[in-house]
Design a protein. Structure first.
Length: 272
């Protein structure tokens, strides 16, 4: 029976890095860049294609591109043969395609721009276990939230449409459902029937749960925890990389000692 030991993220990073110092520096860099990378991937998606005409939108797109460019350069410098891996090539492709070309060619109104910006989110999901875990969890929450909002809005629309002018169209009901889910409660549309109010309660309860999961997921991703709580598993830190470096050095020393002992045993056997 052969036992296989699964490599830790720290050991994998040490094998890919050019040196133990590069591994420690890259682990620290990845921890610092977690929030900037998420913001650089999400904020440009909020803007519609063509928004580059405004100074603020142009500045956001340029800064977002610089964040991904710095991240790519850091990984290329610290890792061995980074561009020979599929992730390195995809990272370079994202940097090239999402460059602020509007500075030279003017704003683009094509939906292709938004699709290219989604590649940044894909890059985060593929590159980091923390980001992948965050987006996976938020993706499941988003599916549940959308289903509850659509179902609640449909129930409220059929119950309120005949007597409540606020629910004139299904779009009005959907707007009410979104506002209720976020617990904002503008009060511009209010259900009056019992069925409509029950649908509102269902959406409100879902909204409270969604906000709780969202806050917990973000806190776990950015490691916002007390001193007694351990760090999220699967995320190499500079301290853990340092320990892994020492373990790797000890393994090399043990291998050298084993080799020397084998030579001594072979020499003694030959003398005898």
């Amino acid at each position: 029976m052969v036992l296989t030991v699964k490599e830790s993220p720290e050991e994998r990073l040490l094998k890919r890095a050019r040196s133990p110092e590069d591994a420690a520096a890259l682990a620290k860099f990845d921890g610092v860049m977690s929030l900037p990378l998420v913001l650089a991937a999400v904020l440009p998606l909020i803007m519609a294609p063509g928004d580059e005409r405004t100074i603020l939108a142009a500045a956001v797109n340029i800064v977002a591109w610089i964040v991904f460019l710095v991240d790519f350069i850091m990984h290329e410098r610290r890792l061995r043969s980074y561009l020979s891996t599929w992730l390195g090539r995809f990272d370079l492709l994202v940097v090239i395609l999402t460059a602020p070309w509007f500075i030279f060619f003017g704003p683009s109104n094509a939906g292709f721009v938004q699709v290219i910006r989604l590649a940044r989110v894909a890059r985060l999901v593929m590159a980091g276990t923390g980001a992948r875990r965050l987006f996976a969890r938020l993706g499941r929450v988003a599916v549940v939230a959308v289903a509850v909002v659509v179902l609640g809005a449909a129930v409220a629309y059929h119950a309120e449409h005949a007597t409540n002018p606020g629910f004139a169209t299904f779009g009005d009901a959907l707007w009410w459902g979104i506002v209720t889910l976020t617990t904002v409660g503008y009060g511009d549309i209010v259900p009056k029937t019992t069925t409509g109010r029950l649908a509102g309660v269902m959406i409100m309860m879902t909204g409270v749960g969604v906000l709780g999961v969202l806050a917990g997921s973000l806190a776990s991703f950015f490691r916002i925890a007390g001193p007694d709580k351990a760090e999220a598993p699967g995320e190499p830190s500079s301290a853990s990389v340092s320990v892994a470096t020492e373990v790797a050095a000890l393994r090399e020393q043990v291998a050298e000692l084993t080799d020397q002992i084998s030579r001594l045993v072979a020499r003694n056997d030959g003398t005898t």
